[in-house]
Design a protein around this ligand. Structure first.
Ligand code: GMT
Length: 377
C-alpha cells in the first residue's frame, strides 16, 4: 500500500503515534509518505519506504494568517498524484481532516478517488469540541471521512456527545514499540538524580492547563512528607513557570528537577519508580502507557481514557481530578517496599497488551476495508 500520513510533527502524542505507525508500516513493506510542515521528531534518520514531503507556507504581506490548510490540501493533492497514493491517513481532525476533504474533492475532478481515514486523538475533540466556532467543520470532516478511528472508547463517546456524528468510529488504542524500551536503563544513572533510599517520581507532559502540573507539585509535596523522594519534571509549556513558582512557595524546589523537553523522555521514565499524571482530561495517555512499558506504576486521575490503560489496583491507581491527598496516599502505597515490585511487574504485563504487533493489524484492516469498499463502488 502507498499511504499518505498527515500529522503534527511535534513532540505531542498524536505525532508520535502517527510517526511510529508510519515506521511500522514501512517495515512491513508499505510505502509511507509523511506530509507535514516539519520533519516529525520521532522519524529519525532515513529508512527504506519512508518519504517526507514538507508543507511550505510562504508569508505574503496580504495575509494576517497564512492559509495553512489550503497549502496542506494542495500538498496532499500533489503527493497523491505523483506518488499514486492508495489512501490518506490523517491524525487530528483540525485542520488535517478538513484539508483531506478538500484534497479528495480536487482529485475527484480528475477521476482519482483517494480514501481518507481520520484518527481522533483527543484535544481535537475534548477541547476544540467545546469551542462552537470549530463544530461545523469538525463534524463535517469526520462524517466525510471514509473511516474514523479514536484512541479510546471514552474519546469515541465524547465525539458522539459533542458533534453531530452519523457514522461508525472504531477504537484503536495507542501502542508501544518494545524495541524503544531496550537498554534504556544504561542511558542515565539513577544515582545522579536520587539517593538509593529516595523514591524517584516522574511526570512527562506538554505542561498545558489540561495536564494540571500544579497538582503534580502538590501531590509530590505530600508524598515527600511521607517518605524521602525526588521529582523529575520532563517537558515544557505554558504552565511550567507556575509549577516552578509553586515548588518554591511550598519550599520543595530543591527536591524537584525541571529537565525541560527531552529528545527521548523514555530515558527519564526508565530510572523512575512512579509516574504521576493528574490530567483534567486525557483521551488515552500515551505517556502513562510508556511509563508502564518501563515497568513504572502510574498514579493518575480517572479522566477520559486513562481507566482503559491503567488497571486500578493492578498497574497503578486512579483518583478523582484534583484529589491530591488521595493521589499522594496512592503514591505512598505503590512505593512501599511490600507493593512496589509487584506493581512494577504488573505494569510491564499491562503494557504488553498495547504492543505494536497487536495494534498494527487493526489499522491495516481499516485500510483494507476502505480500499475494498472503493473497489466495489
Ligand atoms: O497530550 C497532549 O496534550 C498531546 C495530544 C496530542 O494531540 O498530541 O495528545 C493526545 O493524543 C495522544 C495520542 O493519541 C493521547 O495519548 C493523549 O491522551 C491525548 N491528549 C489528551 O487527550 C490531553
Amino acid at each position: 500500500m502507498r499511504v499518505g500520513m498527515v500529522c503534527y510533527p511535534t513532540f505531542g502524542g498524536s505525532g508520535v503515534v502517527a510517526t511510529e505507525l508510519g515506521k511500522a508500516l514501512a517495515k512491513k513493506g508499505h510505502e509511507v509518505h509523511f506530509i507535514t510542515y516539519d520533519q516529525p521528531v520521532r522519524l529519525g534518520s532515513f529508512r527504506p519506504n519512508v518519504y517526507y514531503h514538507e508543507v511550505r507556507i510562504s508569508k505574503y504581506p496580504l495575509f494576517d494568517y497564512p492559509p495553512y490548510e489550503l497549502v496542506l490540501a494542495s500538498k496532499m493533492v500533489e503527493v497523491a498524484r505523483q506518488q499514486k497514493l492508495d489512501l490518506l491517513h490523517v491524525h487530528y481532525a483540525i485542520p488535517h481532516a478538513s484539508s483531506a476533504y478538500t484534497a479528495k474533492q480536487i482529485l475527484k475532478h480528475s477521476g482519482v478517488h483517494l480514501p481518507v481515514i481520520t484518527t481522533l486523538h483527543g484535544t481535537d475533540i475534548t477541547l476544540l469540541g467545546k469551542d462552537p466556532s470549530f463544530e461545523p467543520v469538525i463534524s463535517f470532516a469526520i462524517n466525510q471521512s471514509d473511516a474514523v478511528t479514536a484512541v479510546s472508547s471514552s474519546l469515541r463517546s465524547d465525539t458522539y456527545k459533542l458533534f453531530g456524528i452519523n457514522r461508525d468510529i472504531e477504537v484503536i488504542p495507542n501502542f508501544i514499540c518494545p524495541k524503544h524500551f531496550v537498554n534504556l536503563g544504561s542511558a542515565h544513572n539513577r544515582s545522579e538524580f536520587a539517593r538509593e533510599d529516595e523514591a524517584l517520581v516522574c511526570h512527562v507532559s506538554n505542561f498545558r492547563p489540561v495536564k494540571r502540573v500544579e497538582d503534580v507539585i502538590r501531590t509530590f509535596a505530600l508524598v515527600a512528607e511521607k517518605r524521602p523522594a525526588r521529582l523529575l519534571m520532563v517537558g515544557d509549556g505554558p504552565d511550567r513557570p507556575a509549577a516552578e513558582r509553586l515548588a518554591r512557595e511550598m519550599d520543595i524546589a530543591d527536591r524537584i528537577t525541571f529537565l525541560g523537553k527531552l529528545k527521548n523522555p523514555l530515558e527519564a521514565l526508565a530510572i523512575a519508580d512512579l509516574f504521576l499524571l493528574p490530567s483534567e482530561s486525557e483521551s488515552f495517555g500515551l505517556a502513562a502507557l510508556e511509563a508502564l512499558a518501563c515497568g513504572v506504576p502510574v498514579v493518575a486521575t480517572e479522566a477520559g481514557g486513562l481507566p482503559e490503560v491503567i488497571r486500578h489496583g493492578v498497574s497503578g491507581m486512579m483518583a478523582p481530578v484534583g484529589d491530591v491527598e488521595r493521589m499522594a496516599d496512592d503514591a505512598a502505597f505503590l512505593l512501599s517496599p511490600e507493593n512496589h515490585d509487584k506493581f512494577r511487574k504488573q505494569a510491564l504485563k499491562r503494557a504488553s497488551a498495547f504492543h505494536i504487533d497487536v495494534i498494527l493489524p487493526h489499522y491495516l484492516k481499516a485500510y483494507e476495508r476502505i480500499l475494498s469498499h472503493q473497489a466495489t463502488t
